[in-house]
Design a protein around this ligand. Structure first.
Ligand code: 7RM
Length: 648
């Protein structure tokens, strides 16, 4: 029963332009094929060579030890410091005075750090932490808005060998407390507050509440950002700017064993307590470095912007560790995409001359809904490459992104990966592949991805099934903090010996992967297992629809029926006729089976704070039952309340 039917058909494919190809790091399909072949057939040679592009303090003697599977040990014997790989290695040459981070605040203030300046700031922060007793082997919770000090704090922890645990600045004090306790953190780095949509988030107040009765935390380092009044606990609290002013700008990076913990990052499953995903130094850095280099095709003069928050894995790997270890210029933005105006992102692209832009489908669909007139006001001609991550990008949004933002000239890399995988796993290489809208394309180097049925047998082309990874890869998670058994159970037991983290996918006859959504979300209509992604794509391809989420509702006759939640364009009138029209549209696009039994129009869909649609909450709404499961990660609870109240 693990198979998922595929109804979606896509014939379009877009090659990179000759201009893009001629400058790309890899553009020759034969070269790519040979590299991929080696990475699979001789991973030790491939990864050994790639890893040695990083500045190891002590070379490793063994590439991989998988004898204790599913606990991998990569690059053993090697010593590396992640902050030195991001900073120190660039100070000896022409990058010393290159911009490392160019940051813009929501109110429009701009700050810049060259690699030399960032190195000094990180070293001061590292010394300040050490002076307060924070040391190698500790865990440090970081709870901050998207200010440069967030990147500094992360790198300072890496510098002294303390593992960071970044907790997204939008989480409540309860979520913060749970994570601080679970990680047994000694130190918290936070800000007084942060700007979000013109308002101040009172972060320090949340920290104070979170720490009540917790005595493991001896230090709270507080960045001054919003300058509002904050409570102060003299024994525990220190202003960041005061501590750094008193600290030396030289701090030797701690030589870390390859398998030393670099960070914890919590992911919340639909049930149960959040999992502290563990990433270690060497393998994670190799994965982040290499994928950033090849997937974003980073060149010396690129200005690279990833609009994610550093509180998510995307920010860890593709704002901090990946681009900085490549010596790139990184744009960082504090605020919301539409504050103070709907063209904010495009204004930033123009102002900072962004060349590579990486964002999420939820943002792209929002911009589609807001209209083309906003991006049209800005000069986006410097953009040369676009990326997408976080959810499946439906072909409609993909085409819009390519045309309106990418000027029909930029390749799009639709990158599939997870907190657990640490770095991008399935993606096109932008100079190599012709990309069909909606496909995440090919496994990245060293990634042995397969589509399996429940018994572990490989499925033929175009059969949807479980997306699994057969071989270990350097940036894979090393476990769940404090819960070895949960690690084995969650990822390695669905199909013994193979990594499975919950997504369904199919591979087409050309070998391209199409992600079909979480297998928990699959809808079973009369024994046909349908992918949410495909039905949603069909809905969104109707010109009046902006966003859609479909879920299963119990049905006496068909077992399950499809319930659709739809948002429409600002100027669209909702009516029963429109329901019929959309139903017919789905029938035409992918077939009668997929036609929603029920359709509700709504202003907004419930999403996580990182922008993923929370279908499990919609299931309860569709079934007419109470909300079950965790709602702590929802972006806006009122969206759910509204859905339950004003149905039309
Ligand atoms: C990077 C990130 C992971 C889950 C993953 C998928 C979904 C992510 C894509 C995607 C379709 C994509 N980490 N997902 N990227 N689905 N196409 N390109 O998002 O841990 O927060 O989430 O996100 O379901 O399992 S995450």
């Amino acid at each position: 029963m693990s198979q998922i039917e595929s109804l979606l058909h896509e014939d379009r494919a877009f090659p990179p332009t000759a201009e893009f190809k001629s400058a790309a790091r890899i553009s020759d399909p034969a070269e790519y094929a040979e590299m991929y072949r080696e990475s699979i057939l001789d991973p030790e040679a491939f990864w050994g060579r790639m890893a040695r592009e990083l500045p190891w303090m002590v070379d490793f003697d063994k590439v991989l030890d998988w004898s204790d599977a599913p606990f991998a040990r990569w690059f053993e014997g090697g010593k590396l410091n992640a902050s030195a790989a991001c900073l120190d290695q660039h100070l000896e040459g022409p990058r010393a005075h290159k911009t490392a981070i160019r940051w813009e605040g929501e109110p429009g203030d701009v700050r810049e750090f060259t690699y030399t300046e960032l190195h000094a700031e990180v070293s001061r922060c590292a010394n300040a932490l050490k002076a307060r007793g924070t040391k190698k082997g500790d865990r440090v919770a970081i709870y901050m808005p998207m200010v440069p000090e967030l990147a500094v704090a992360v790198l300072a922890c890496a510098r002294i060998g303390a593992a960071h645990s970044v907790i997204f600045g939008g989480f409540s004090s309860k979520a913060l407390r749970d994570r601080i306790q679970d990680g047994d953190c000694s130190t918290v780095i936070c800000a007084d507050g942060g700007w979000r949509r013109g308002k101040i988030l009172p972060l320090k107040r949340e920290v104070d509440a979170a720490l009540e009765g917790i005595d493991s935390v001896h230090t709270v380092l507080v960045v001054r950002r919003t300058e509002q009044e904050v409570a102060w606990f003299k024994e525990r609290d220190t202003w960041y700017h005061e501590a750094l002013a008193a600290a030396d700008a030289e701090c030797a990076p701690e030589p870390m064993d390859s398998e030393d913990l670099l960070f914890l990052l919590y992911t919340s499953g639909s049930t149960g307590k959040p999992k502290g995903i563990m990433h270690t130094t060497g393998g994670y850095m190799v994965g982040a470095y290499l994928s950033a280099r090849f997937v974003f095709d980073l060149r010396e003069d690129d200005v690279y912007w990833c609009s994610a928050d550093i509180g998510w894995i995307t920010g860890h790997s593709y704002i901090v560790y990946g681009p900085l270890s490549n010596g790139a210029t990184v744009v960082m933005y504090e605020g919301a995409p539409t504050t103070p105006h709907p063209g904010r992102f495009w204004e930033i692209c123009e102002k900072h001359k962004v060349t590579v832009f990486y964002t999420a489908p939820t943002a792209i669909r929002t911009f589609m809904r807001l209209g083309e007139e906003h991006p049209e006001k800005f000069d986006l001609s410097r953009l040369r490459l676009l990326g997408s991550v976080g959810e499946a990008i439906n072909p409609e949004a993909w085409i819009w992104y390519r045309r309106v933002i990418g000027g029909d000239r930029c390749p799009i890399v639709d990158t599939w990966w997870q907190t657990e995988t640490g770095s991008i796993m399935i993606t096109p290489l932008p100079g190599v592949h012709d990309t069909p809208p909606g496909s995440a394309m090919r496994p990245f180097f060293g990634v042995d991805a397969v589509i399996l049925d429940e018994a572990g047998a490989e499925l033929p082309a175009n059969q949807g099934g479980l997306l699994c990874i057969k071989k270990p890869w350097p940036s894979m998670l090393r476990g769940i903090w404090g819960d070895e058994q949960r690690y084995r159970d969650t990822y390695w037991s669905e199909i013994p010996g193979v990594y499975f983290a919950g997504d369904g996918a199919r591979r087409d006859e050309q070998g391209n992967f199409w992600i079909m959504g979480r297998v928990d979300d699959v809808i079973n209509v009369s024994g046909h297992r349908l992918s949410t992604m495909e039905v949603e794509s069909a809905l969104v391809s109707h010109p009046k629809v902006c966003e859609a989420a479909v879920v299963a509702r119990p049905d006496e006759i068909t077992g399950q029926a499809i319930s659709a939640f739809v948002t429409v364009g600002a100027d669209v009138e909702v009516s029963d006729e429109l329901r019929v029209e959309l139903g017919e549209h789905v029938t035409q696009e992918i077939g009668k089976l997929a036609r929603p039994r029920e359709m509700r129009f709504t202003d907004a869909l419930p999403k996580t704070r990182s922008g993923k649609i929370m279908r499990r909450l919609l299931r309860d709404v569709a079934a007419g039952t109470e909300t079950s499961g965790d709602t702590s990660t929802i972006e806006d609870l009122s969206v759910l309340a509204k859905l339950r109240g004003d149905e039309i």
